[in-house]
Design a protein around this ligand. Sequence first.
Ligand code: ADP
Ligand code: NA
Length: 296
Amino acid sequence: PIKKRIVSGVQPTGSVHLGNYLGAIKNWVVLQDSYETLFFIVDLHAITLPYDAPQLTKATRCTAAIYLACGVDTSKASVFVQSHVRAHVELMWLLSSVTPIGLLNKMIQFKEKSRKAGDENIGVGLLTYPVLMAADILLYQVPEALIPPTGARVMSLTDGLSKMSKSASSDMSRINLLDPKDVIANKIKRCKTDSFSGLEFDNLDRPECHNLLSIYQLLSGRTKEEVALECRNMNWGTFKTILTDALVNHLHPIQIRYEEIASDPAYLDQILSDGAAKAAGLADITLNNVYQAMGF
Ligand code: ADP
Ligand code: NA
């Protein structure tokens, strides 16, 4: 039987955080066993706003090493850097030529940023990046979304209402996968909680509580019911200790593997070059079909 294909990626714009891990990378490690998988580092999406070139190179390699450290296995999955597979940019041009500009103009992100910075000061890429995203996916023929039931949205630690993200200004709002033990402990110690007694999922007045319990549940691999039962009479102090331990214990082996991989740049280069060659082989088939369909 032909395996279905899965494509996913993370932007190399900052440190990979717990949201990226629980919402994406941790699931890839399971999916790679039963799907044909391609996991890439979306560096071309990291240049739509002003950026630092050496920092981009560093974050790209760091992100690739984190994929591997988290258990992405290159005997099962292709790991590559988006800019190494030229078909992404090529297909984007072909799709751009037939994309109505009215659709792109509706993008909230673009409207806000162009209003703030002024049309003269922002690049066209900020308007057209959704076309690149379409190319990223369509090149590999996978037009269906797969969203995990829990963990699809890990929230900020400093307010339970915005998504944990690389772009949030405060580093206290997120756990980065490479945060040392004392940093994790401090972030959990200071994270936002509430003054209700006991802990519970799904109380809309307690978004922080739901978020922290969900993180604990995902890390411990237990069911929601088990965690709800374990924590229902707990106070925050006790829960913060077990959450910190769960985070540190889960991330420690990932950090050890990361150090090993990061200490061997030639190994990482080889993996990324093999991954790009495999991805390019698939992408070029689609690209050639598109050229043909468009009359070239
Ligand atoms: P970021 O917003 O941190 O820049 P990316 O755009 O690079 O993240 O997203 C990479 C992957 O991580 C995507 O699959 C995205 O859905 C997932 N992801 C990002 N933030 C979170 C979050 N807070 N909770 C769950 N998944 C997330
Ligand atoms: Na994002």
